[in-house]
Write a protein that binds this ligand. Structure first.
Ligand code: URA
Length: 225
């Protein structure tokens, strides 16, 4: 039910590309090694970012090929792009995302989840006190899992508090729980969320079901610590 509501939401984009689903299957598998897990997420990053950036604005320029002059389209140079990976699992997105968006600034956000309250605890914030030109800044928050939605929501609030227009804030995740999406939506319906899948629900301990387990532990090979 929740999934179908979210599926009708124009700002929640589920990347149903067959290559997305193929790689999602790899990362869900509990027998996938950390190396294979990381590589599958890197491939997913291309696919998700391709979808999440498809409405970035372009401007015309003149380019001289070896044969002739022609008009070409480039990303608008007056728009500043920010990549905001939420540590630690969001780091897996940042290398590929910064390859795709080479002029982007990377602004790390450090949060961990308090295991009892499931609320995010901040420990790092590499954002400036204020952005120079917030109206012309587009932010991509990168976090593989939208579970309760609490950390994502706090992160969006951080950027909104620094005058970034809500319509300029985007979220990229691998797997999302309906509960987390709905929480974010109830505050910020305009934030565009790109995800590879909306799963069934959340467990009492805040894990996505069926999900893929703890993304950070699987990426950094720290399972069982
Ligand atoms: N974070 C994870 O890494 N996995 C979940 O299932 C939920 C939050």
């Amino acid at each position: 039910m929740a999934e179908s509501i979210l599926r009708n939401d124009p700002n929640t984009i589920v990347c149903e590309h067959p290559l997305c689903q193929e790689n999602l299957s790899i990362i869900r598998d509990k027998n996938t090694t950390a190396e294979v897990f990381r590589n599958a997420i890197r491939r997913l990053t291309y696919l998700l970012l391709y979808t999440a950036t498809e409405d970035l604005e372009t401007e015309e320029t003149t380019t001289i090929t070896p044969i002739a002059e022609c008009k070409t389209q480039i990303l608008r140079r007056d728009i500043k792009i920010i990549l905001a990976p939420i540590l630690r699992a969001g780091l897996i997105f940042s290398d590929i995302a910064s390859d795709i968006l080479p002029n982007a600034s990377i602004r790390h956000i450090g949060m961990y989840r308090d295991e009892k309250s499931l609320k995010p605890v901040w420990y790092y914030d590499k954002t400036p006190i204020m952005f120079d030109n917030p109206e012309k800044t587009v932010v991509f928050i990168l976090d593989p899992m939208i579970a309760t939605g609490n950390s994502g929501l706090d992160c969006i609030k951080l950027f909104v508090g620094k005058r970034i227009p809500v319509k300029n804030i985007r979220f990229v995740s691998l797997i999302s729980a309906p509960e987390g999406l709905e929480k974010i939506r109830s505050y910020y319906p305009e934030v565009k969320i790109t995800t590879a899948h909306i799963d069934e629900t959340l467990s009492k301990t805040g894990y996505i079901i069926p999900g893929l387990g703890d993304a950070g532990d699987r990426i950094f090979n720290t399972l069982g610590d």
